[in-house]
Design a protein around this ligand. Structure first.
Ligand code: AMP
Ligand code: MG
Length: 346
C-alpha cells in the first residue's frame, strides 16, 4: 500500500532579509523578503520599500491583518470568528447578524455559486469535515484515512446547498446543521486585504506576496522588470511548467490536485470536492490557474473551474472577465486567449 501525505502548513518559520537596490531613476529601494505561516499556509512577501524600517512595519502589518482575517472572520475552528458563530447558529430562525465585510464576501461567493451552477459552494462544510480534509495537511501517515460511506456522503450533501442560505441585510440564516467552509476563498480574500494595506503605504513601490497558492503582484520592481508568477507542474510539484509575466496589480490563484491529498493503493483523494458527488472532483483537470484583478474571485473561480473542467470552466472564467489556464490529466495545457499574452512556457 502506497501512503503519501502532502505536508503543507506544518513548517513554522520566519525568514527576514533586506537588500539594497536602486530604482530606474536612481532612487534607493530596499528589498524586504519575509516568510511566515498564517491561515494554515505559508505567506511569503517581497516588498520594495524606501527604508528597511518601513518594510518591517508593512510586512508585520500584513501578517497581523491575515491573522485577524482568519481569527475574526473566516475560521470554522476558532470560536472568535464570524463563520464559527454562523455555523453555530445553523437551524435557528433568527440566524446571525454579520459584518458588512462578511456580507460582501458571502454575496460574492453566492454569485460564483450561481454562475458555476453549484460547482463552487461554501456550504459544503459537512462534506469537507466528513473527508477530514483539513487534517491531511499535518497528518504523519494515512493510517486514520477512510473513504466515507456513500450514505454519509449523501447525508452531508443533503444538508448543504448554497440556495438554502438566506442572506438579507447583513443577516444570514442557515438551515439545520449546515456548515460553511471558506477554504476555497480565504487565501484570495487575504490578497484583497493585503492589496488595501499596500495602497495605504506610498513608501512601498512594488510587492509580490503569496498566500498559499494565491499570489498578489503590486506596483513595479526597482529595475522595471516584470513580476514572474510560477505555475507548478502538477506531475512534479517541486518545479514549474511555466510562469505568468505580469506588470502592475494582479491576483493569481491556482487550484491543483497536488496541493492537499492522500494517496491510498494508487488512488489519489484530493481536496477539491465536486458538490454533485461529494467526492474529489474528477473533471480531467489537474490544475487551474486564474488571473484577475480581484483576490476573492481569483480563488473562488480557480476552485469552480477545477470542478467544471476545461470547457465549462473556460466559459465561467470569461463570464467573470478572468483569464484561465488549465493543465489536464495528460499534461496538456489550454488557456483563454487573453492568457496567452502572459504565459511563458519553460
Ligand atoms: P482551493 O484550494 O482554493 O481550490 O480550495 C479547496 C478547499 O476549499 C478545500 O480544502 C475545502 O476546504 C474547500 N472546498 C472543497 N471543495 C469545494 C467546493 N466545491 N466549493 C467550495 N469550497 C470547496
Ligand atoms: Mg480557490
Amino acid at each position: 500500500m502506497k501512503i503519501f501525505y502532502k505536508k503543507t502548513g506544518v513548517m513554522i518559520f520566519v525568514i527576514s532579509t533586506a537588500l539594497l537596490a536602486f530604482t530606474g531613476c536612481g532612487n534607493r529601494a530596499v528589498t524586504m523578503q519575509k516568510a511566515d505561516t498564517a491561515m494554515g499556509t505559508i505567506i511569503s512577501q517581497t516588498l520594495y520599500v524606501e527604508e528597511e524600517a518601513a518594510g518591517e512595519k508593512v510586512t508585520g502589518e500584513i501578517i497581523s491583518a491575515i491573522d485577524d482575517l482568519e481569527q475574526e472572520l473566516l475560521s470554522w475552528r476558532l470560536d472568535s470568528s464570524e463563520i464559527y458563530r454562523i455555523n453555530e447558529s445553523a437551524g435557528t430562525s433568527e440566524g446571525m447578524q454579520i459584518s458588512e465585510e462578511l456580507a460582501g464576501i458571502m454575496e460574492a461567493c453566492l454569485k460564483v455559486s450561481v454562475a458555476s451552477e453549484g460547482a463552487f459552494d461554501v456550504t459544503i462544510g459537512d462534506v469537507v469535515r466528513l473527508w477530514d480534509i483539513d487534517s491531511w495537511a499535518t497528518a504523519e501517515s494515512s493510517e486514520g484515512f477512510r473513504v466515507p460511506a456513500e450514505a454519509d456522503i449523501m447525508g452531508a450533501l443533503e444538508i448543504s446547498g448554497y440556495e438554502k442560505i438566506n442572506l438579507t441585510e447583513n443577516r444570514i440564516i442557515l438551515p439545520p446543521k449546515m456548515q460553511l467552509d471558506m477554504g476555497a476563498v480565504g487565501k484570495g480574500i487575504a490578497l484583497d486585504v493585503v492589496g488595501e494595506i499596500l495602497k495605504e503605504h506610498s513608501e512601498v513601490s512594488g510587492a509580490i506576496i503569496s498566500v498559499g497558492g494565491s499570489v498578489l503582484t503590486y506596483g513595479s520592481k526597482p529595475d522595471g522588470g516584470t513580476w514572474n508568477v510560477g505555475i507548478v507542474n502538477p506531475s512534479e510539484p517541486s518545479g514549474n511548467i511555466g510562469f505568468l509575466q505580469l506588470t502592475g496589480e494582479w491576483c493569481v490563484s491556482t487550484s491543483g490536485d497536488y496541493e492537499r491529498y492522500v494517496e491510498v493503493n494508487g488512488e489519489r483523494y484530493h481536496h477539491i470536492i465536486d458538490p454533485a458527488t461529494g467526492r474529489p472532483s474528477a473533471s480531467g483537470v489537474r490544475s487551474v490557474t486564474i488571473l484577475i484583478k480581484d483576490g476573492l474571485y481569483s480563488d473562488a473561480l480557480s476552485t469552480a473551474c477545477f470542478i467544471l473542467g476545461e470547457e465549462k470552466g473556460m466559459a465561467l472564467a470569461e463570464e467573470f472577465g478572468a483569464e484561465a489556464l488549465f493543465i489536464s490529466e495528460n499534461g496538456e495545457i489550454s488557456m483563454t486567449e487573453g492568457m496567452e499574452e502572459y504565459f511563458k512556457k519553460l
